[in-house]
Write a protein that binds this ligand. Structure first.
Ligand SMILES: [Zn+2]
Length: 223
């Protein structure tokens, strides 16, 4: 399969297709595997739904700039609101990157990765937050995640952000189709990421570029 730079950085939808009941799109080669995962979940009494699949560079840029410019709240590890005004610029970048990828570096650009929840346990009118509280203890997605702990190794999916290695915060709800995602990850580079910002109005770009090797290794590369 041909992976080009635009696919890596969220600037094309050529590799994507509709997947089941999800209103958005995902990589065409992941659709069957997702349907199988949904079927397995249904047979256990869960209603595994996708909250967010493919996300474009432009969408990620909007999220990034809104957080960097104070139009959208930035939260910390305990869901507390971060006071960005007391942080240095590099600290602001790191606070955002804990929960939001730099435009061009989101695994959601590839269509191989997506965020899930269990609709069967959610009360009418509840809107999904995608936070750790939903996934553990008495959270509405806790039972499905406990089942996924043992089920995922039997599928082609895994959780790239399962543990906290000091980069991206733990995101048990973020699943990835490992074989295909690894091909994308293997082709990604700092140079390709920086080229994706050409002509884009990226907030905090000067400090990002200044620290890019360290930021890339901490937040983009997954061991
Ligand atoms: Zn995600």
């Amino acid at each position: 399969m041909q992976i080009d730079q635009d696919q890596l950085t969220g600037k094309t939808t050529s590799h994507l297709a509709q997947a089941g009941e999800y209103a958005g799109v995902l990589h065409a080669q992941v659709v069957d595997a997702i349907r199988d995962l949904e079927d397995r979940a249904r047979s256990e009494g869960f209603d595994l739904r996708i909250a967010s699949g493919f996300r474009s560079f432009d969408r990620q840029l909007l999220i990034w700039n809104a957080k960097a410019r104070g139009h959208k709240d930035v939260f910390g590890d305990n869901d507390e609101k971060v006071d960005m005004s007391v942080l240095s610029e590099i600290e602001q970048v790191e606070a955002i990157m804990r929960f939001s990828a730099l435009p061009g570096s989101s695994r959601h650009h590839w269509g191989t990765d997506f965020d899930i929840y269990d609709a069967s346990r959610m009360k009418r009118g509840y809107s999904v937050q995608l936070n750790l509280g939903e996934c553990r203890d008495n959270g509405p997605c806790a039972e499905m995640h406990a089942w996924l702990d043992t089920e995922l190794p039997r599928t082609g999916f895994y959780r790239p952000y399962a543990t906290d290695a000091g980069g991206v915060s733990p995101e048990p709800w973020h699943l990835s189709y490992r074989s295909l995602a690894n091909e994308y990850a293997g082709r990604m580079s700092i140079q390709i990421l920086q080229q994706s910002w050409d002509g884009a109005d990226l907030a905090l770009a000067h400090v990002i570029n200044e620290h890019i090797p360290r930021l890339y290794n901490r937040f983009v590369v997954i061991d």
